[in-house]
Ligand binder design. Structure first.
Ligand SMILES: [Zn+2]
Length: 303
């Protein structure tokens, strides 16, 4: 059985696991990122964790069949560096992949985390057996990944499928990415909470609070949610028209809203997409939950 080392780089934690080719997690662990202490110290903690996990799995570094690392973008996959990561200030241009390769003595596959998640859902989760998938992660931000003809589409620099930055309004709300009218700036978890706070004047509202208020049929929340679903549905319909997928898979914290989210998105996305492409597309929840980070990194090393 092939096994790989999988590493998930995040703003609050660095997670690692030894994962088998069938998606079984053999050993796993995490250490805090502490981004304020800089990337070199974090990588030292991470390498220590990796060596420990490899030993616990009864393996050696040389016995591994690959190493995959996934991180929030944007990144330069060829040079193995992050480019101005918003949640890892001070990590920009740090030789992340080089440091891991030196520390482990193995080559490392570097992947955008949302693309890695798409690959993991394709191999181990809600997209098994299908060749054409679009994956969205609806979280603090909105990420995406696209599987075409059974393969992850990576693009020229490894940043393909930044679906949170589909520009749905040509002169709309400004987005930190430099664009306007981006999906993420309107419909991400943090954007939903921000819009709710602006609308109600209640400064402590979170996205789960909004979902609760929608369930309680509070008119301001229902109106805000309906508008959010229209925009998200339009974004999903655009990807149906662009890629002709068999399935849309939605993961991330905002999907905890369940059918309150999936029912309108299914209806709106199918209604807005071109009929020939909308036919037969389903919109389904991701299946891998909290494991998607390390399984994504593993899938990028395995496939
Ligand atoms: Zn944007």
């Amino acid at each position: 059985v092939h096994s790989v080392l999988a590493i998930d780089i995040g703003g609050t934690k660095l997670a690692a696991a030894v994962v088998r080719e069938d998606g079984v997690v053999v050993t796993r662990g995490r250490v805090p990122t502490q981004p304020e202490k800089g990337p070199a110290a974090a990588l030292e903690r991470l390498l220590g964790l990796c060596r420990q996990l490899i030993g616990e799995a009864g393996l050696t570094v040389d016995a591994l069949d690959g190493v995959g690392v996934a991180s929030a973008g944007p990144l330069d996959a060829r040079r193995g560096v992050l480019l101005s990561p918003p949640n890892l200030v001070g990590w920009s241009e740090f030789p992340l992949v080089f440091t891991l390769e030196e520390g482990l003595g193995r080559s490392v596959r570097f992947e955008n985390d949302a693309s890695a998640a798409a690959l993991a859902e394709h191999r181990f989760g809600a997209g098994r057996g299908l060749d054409h998938l679009v994956y969205f992660t609806l979280s603090t931000g909105i990420g995406g990944g696209v599987i075409l003809d059974g393969r992850l589409y990576r693009g020229a620099t490894g940043n393909a499928a930044e679906l949170g930055h589909l520009q749905l309004s040509y002169d709309g709300w400004p987005c930190p990415c430099g664009g306007r009218g981006c999906l993420e700036a309107f419909a991400s978890g943090s954007a939903i909470a921000r819009r709710a706070r602006e609308k109600t004047g209640r400064s402590t509202l979170t996205t789960p609070d909004v979902v609760e208020a929608v369930r309680a049929k509070e008119p301001w929340a229902v109106a805000l949610w309906d508008e959010t679903m229209e925009v998200l549905g339009a974004g999903i319909a655009s990807t149906i028209n662009a890629f002709n997928p068999q399935r849309i898979i939605l993961g991330g914290g905002v999907t905890a809203a369940g059918e309150l989210l999936f029912e309108p998105l299914r209806r709106i996305a199918r209604g807005r997409a071109m009929p020939a492409l909308a036919k037969g597309v389903d919109v389904m929840p991701a299946q891998l939950g909290d494991d998607v980070g390390v399984l994504g990194a593993a899938a990028s090393a395995l496939f």
